[in-house]
Write a protein that binds this ligand. Structure first.
Ligand code: SAM
Length: 164
């Protein structure tokens, strides 16, 4: 099957631009927003309300040009993009594990958002610690990560970040 992606909804958050936003849900505690799922996909939300956290997969539509080597947030050294969570990648897909506050029809109320307002939603999956939580002794360069937990504009389009 040929890879083909079409958004299933939109993510709404208080974050209007990358600069100043938390770089992961872990550091976005309490940042609330909503996920608007297109009506034709609403039946797929059945039973989601039983989960405390969900994974959002989304298209980083304001990411700058794809790069294969980046200086990620929290570090000052360059790394291969696939060893980072940088949004400027060949397929700018982001994934965030957010808190599910409520399911109201095709609308999800969520918290702990590190996602920009208006981001296209690609998929939703339940977070199941039994499946998703792996303790790991090796975390590569991240073991020495010391930088800010707040984003700047290094991975967003110049036009987007400078025009408003
Ligand atoms: C380091 S990325 C990590 C995103 C996701 N949690 C992940 O691990 O794939 C987090 C940053 O992505 C940026 N971002 C969020 N939504 C975006 C979008 N639609 N386009 C471009 N950048 C976005 C924000 O600046 C946020 O601070």
């Amino acid at each position: 099957m040929k890879p083909e992606l079409k958004p299933i909804g939109l993510i709404h958050s208080p974050h209007r631009e990358a600069e100043g936003t938390p770089i992961q849900p872990r550091w976005a505690a309490g940042v609330e927003g909503r996920v608007e799922v297109l009506p034709e996909f609403a039946p797929g939300l059945r039973d989601l309300a039983g989960f405390e956290r969900i994974w959002l997969l989304f298209w980083c539509d304001r990411a700058g040009e794809a790069r294969l080597e980046v200086v990620p947030y929290r570090d000052t050294q360059s790394h291969g993009v696939f060893a980072t969570r940088a949004p400027s990648r060949p397929n700018p897909i982001g994934l965030s594990c957010v808190r599910l506050l409520a399911v109201e029809g095709a609308l999800l109320r969520v918290a702990d958002l590190d996602v920009l307002d208006g981001t296209p939603l690609l998929d939703i999956k339940p977070n199941v610690p039994d499946l998703d939580a792996f303790a790991a002794e090796r975390v590569g360069w991240y073991a020495h990560a010391r930088g800010s937990r707040i984003a700047d504009d290094r991975f967003t389009k110049v036009a987007e970040s400078k025009s408003t």
